[in-house]
Design a protein around this ligand. Structure first.
Ligand code: M6R
Length: 608
């Protein structure tokens, strides 16, 4: 979603802001802009498209200033055009915004009645117009800024500038994240994401919901929503700028796929003590023996991690599990069972729907657990318990190592619950942990054979539609495989439970529709093989993904097969995620798609 960077100090802000925007490109966007202030006034540049287009524009028409704001816009209100790009300037005021102002239409009408003429179709411009209007009535900018915030319904992270105050940034946050940073050189930084500040700010503070700040190089003043000045505690920021380096890989996605063996090892060494053979979750303040059900809520890939975990939890811990897509959960007034735990899974920890769902569950008495990859995220700050996934920063918009980290962490959590509730003996726990530990090496073996996926992708890249099918925990994996394929290659792909095929989707099958059959060597293999034959009988173009042994001995009708190292069925969803990632990566690569920033997508979906 939209990215925001702000700077005030003594250096020229423009190149710093552009560098910040480049670091936020991974969030997904369709236009970019920058405004800088100097003693001689305000200058703005905005372009449709990539930050590189803005950079080129600035090379032709340079602008300079020691304070500035910059923005990458992911269009919500108004098409991705230059006039809708931020910053939105009205008179002496410029403003950038992430989020949605839900009552913008009413505010806009009010401003039009007061004589304002709007230059864009955005919800954001109502704020610049409103501030301009109040200042024209003699209200100071600081006062107008504070007065405006309670009028805004919806979500926002805002940074604003006024031409008369060339050393000041006005910052506010409700719903959308915003971090304020500083360093020994008396520079102030603002970012919608700490990556924008990495290597620049040494200390940072995440504004809490409703808080706002007035930042000058010499003083940073923070306020609660009721305008009371507040003291905040800055935390040390130890994220280095090197995480923006692809380290020789063609794409962040490929780099992140290759990091997965290490992510699995790191996760298990964090949550499992080999000496005592025990699983431990320090961030979990819940006693697993006291709950009677678990609800898991998430979006996108994180939802498919929840779906896999629901199978594991019910089979291994015998706790009833309900799973839900966050955007549905939050509005369908779900009943929150007594003595329940509610687990919210999110890479970013900022997804608007998941956050709202978490707040709902908390209000209704559930013990909320945030399983997040960003430990400073809003979900991590608000949940009753926090479980970290240790994937490290994920830059590719398509989630890969975060998914594998979620699954590995959830698998360890299941073993922890199973042990605590005595549904698993210590021997069984050690046995399953042994298999879990083996996945890192098996994943490496899949990566070592990535050329197979490269070749297979050449055979699949012209498909218009694809089906992914699986049974048991391979069903959520089929959903995830289809999601990866569509978001990266723009091929229409659907995931189905293999047994569901003949209840409708089999009508789609012909020789132009590849059917990816995910069939690990488990108790359901023969059932999946029957479904495979049913599609083969209808000229389906079948790709079987299974163990080396099953593939070698399979004599059914498959067009292609992919052999994966043998693994225990419990860990199969983790291992089998990797072939699906590689397949979609190479199909996208051969199609020339924008792999790290697929069209229309955002990394962190902070609007609903
Ligand atoms: O940050 P989150 O895990 O909450 O994000 C959820 C989804 O937006 C995310 O998984 C999305 O589906 C990815 N693009 C999938 O690759």
């Amino acid at each position: 979603m939209c990215g925001i960077v702000g700077f005030v100090g003594k250096r020229n802000a423009t190149p710093l802001l552009i560098e910040g925007l480049k670091r936020l490109e991974y969030r997904g966007y369709d236009s970019a802009g920058v405004a800088v202030l100097s003693v001689s006034g305000m200058a703005i540049a905005k372009t449709k498209g990539k930050v590189s287009a803005l950079d080129a524009e600035l090379a032709n028409h340079p602008i300079e200033g020691t304070a500035g704001i910059a923005h990458t816009r992911w269009a919500t209100h108004g098409a991705p055009e230059q006039r809708n790009a931020h910053p939105h300037r009205v008179g002496q005021i410029a403003l950038v915004h992430n989020g949605i102002i839900e009552n913008y239409a009413a505010l806009k009408m009010e401003m039009i009645e007061r004589g304002a003429s709007f230059l864009s179709d955005t919800d954001t411009e109502v704020m610049s117009q409103w501030l301009h209007d109040r200042c024209a009535q003699g209200v100071s900018f600081a006062e107008a800024f504070g007065m405006m915030l309670p009028l805004l319904h919806g979500a926002y992270a805002i940074v604003a500038l006024h031409e008369d105050e060339p050393d000041t940034l006005y910052v506010a946050r409700k719903g959308s994240p915003m971090v304020v940073g500083t360093n020994d050189a008396q520079e102030c930084w603002v970012g919608s994401d700490m990556l924008a500040l990495a290597g620049y700010a040494t200390q940072g503070y995440y504004l809490a919901d409703g808080e706002y700040a007035i930042l000058q190089p010499s003083t940073m003043r923070f306020f609660a929503a009721d305008h009371t000045p507040i003291q905040v505690t800055m935390q040390s920021m130890n994220v280095g700028a090197e995480i923006h380096d692809k380290q020789g890989f063609a794409h962040f996605m490929l780099k992140e796929i290759h990091e997965q063996p290490d992510v699995i090892r790191k996760t298990l060494s964090h949550y499992y003590d080999h000496e005592t053979q025990s699983v431990h979750f320090e961030g979990l303040t819940l006693d697993p023996t006291t709950i009677s059900s678990i609800t898991m809520v998430a979006c996108g890939t994180s939802f498919y991690a929840a779906q896999v975990a629901s199978y594991w939890f019910e089979q291994i811990t015998h706790i009833p599990v309900r799973i839900d897509i966050a955007s549905e959960y939050r509005y369908r007034h779900p009943i929150v069972p007594k003595d329940s735990a509610a687990l919210f899974i999110s890479q970013s920890g900022e997804t608007a729907d998941t956050l709202a769902a978490m707040r709902y569950a908390k209000e209704h008495g559930a013990h909320t657990i945030a399983l997040v990859n960003v430990p400073t995220s809003t979900m991590a700050r608000e949940a009753d318990s926090v479980i970290r996934t240790l994937a490290g920063a994920e830059i590719g918009v398509a989630s890969t190592k975060a998914f594998v980290a979620q699954l590995t962490t959830l698998a360890a959590l299941v073993l922890y619950f199973g042990g605590a509730r005595s549904t698993l003996s210590s021997e069984e726990t050690a046995h399953l942990m042994h298999h879990l530990s083996g996945v890192a090496e098996q994943t490496q073996q899949v990566l070592d054979e990535k050329m197979h996926y490269d070749r297979l992708a050449l055979a699949l890249m012209y498909a218009r539609d694809m089906l992914f099918i699986g049974r048991g925990t391979s069903y959520p994996l089929a959903n995830e495989g289809a999601l990866k394929m569509k978001e990266l290659s723009y091929i229409h792909a659907e995931g189905y439970a293999a047994g569901e095929l003949k209840h409708g989707p089999i009508a789609l099958v012909d020789d132009g529709v590849p059917i990816i059959v995910i069939a690990p060597d488990d108790a359901l293999f023969d059932k999946s093989a029957s479904n495979l034959e049913e599609t083969a009988a209808r000229k389906g173009n079948i790709v079987l993904i299974s163990s080396k042994e099953r593939v070698a001995n399979f004599h059914g009708n498959v067009t292609h097969s992919v052999a994966v190292p043998a693994c225990h069925p419990f860990v199969a969803p983790i291992l089998y995620a990797v072939p699906l990632q590689l397949l979609s990566y190479y199909v996208a690569l051969h199609k020339g798609a924008d792999i790290d920033q697929p069209r229309n997508l955002a990394k962190s979906v902070t609007v609903e």
